[in-house]
Write a protein that binds this ligand. Structure first.
Ligand code: GDP
Ligand code: MG
Length: 163
């Protein structure tokens, strides 16, 4: 059975870029219920010997700002509940933000395995954010660059430990 992994985090940290990087050409939109494809995409990926189903959580660009918090929470909690583990992305160049801490608290409560992924680490400007990510209390972060395809071996190792 493939390991089912939800990619979660605040907007603009690079979740969809990592999703696309992981699934490569294997893109398969499997959920065609109206309103669902817009919010959540999933696809199969292979990292070394590890078979994954990767879930990209999105749909946070909702127009009504009053509903944003609620939607973030509900959508993320559903995706995590249905997954074996979560990849929790932060933007290492931006450092850890209050929204990141919000997600960290939510992830703590789920009790699911979490891999903290410090994205946008292709340059040294990501280093302070990478070290800040330890403070989230969700284990050792993995430095990656989804855009440049860096750090995927370390990410694979972390996921193999969960599997
Ligand atoms: P999402 O909202 O979390 O799904 O984030 P996106 O995948 O849409 O990416 C948001 C922005 O970050 C885009 O402009 C991406 O090109 C950029 N981005 C994503 N990954 C990286 C990365 O590894 N390095 C850099 N420098 N930018 C990235
Ligand atoms: Mg996205």
């Amino acid at each position: 059975r493939p390991l089912r992994v939800a990619i979660v985090g605040r907007p603009n940290v690079g979740k969809s870029t990592l999703f696309n990087r992981l699934i490569g050409r294997r893109l398969a939109l499997v959920d065609d219920r109206p309103g669902v494809t817009r919010d959540r995409r999933e696809g199969e990926a292979r990292l070394g010997d590890l078979a994954l189903v990767v879930v990209d959580t999105a749909g946070l660009e909702e127009a009504d700002p009053n509903s944003l918090e609620g939607r973030m929470r509900a959508q993320t909690e559903t995706a995590i509940a249905e997954s074996d583990a979560a990849l929790f992305l932060i933007d290492a160049r931006a450092g850890v933000t209050p929204a990141d801490r919000h997600f960290a608290a939510l992830l703590h409560r789920t009790g699911k395995p979490v891999v903290v992924v410090a994205n946008k680490c292709e340059r040294s400007s990501g280093e302070p954010g990478f070290y800040e990510a330890f403070e989230l209390g969700l284990g050792e972060p993995i430095a990656v660059s989804a855009e440049h395809g860096l750090g995927l071996a370390d990410l694979t190792e972390a996921l193999v430990r969960i599997d």
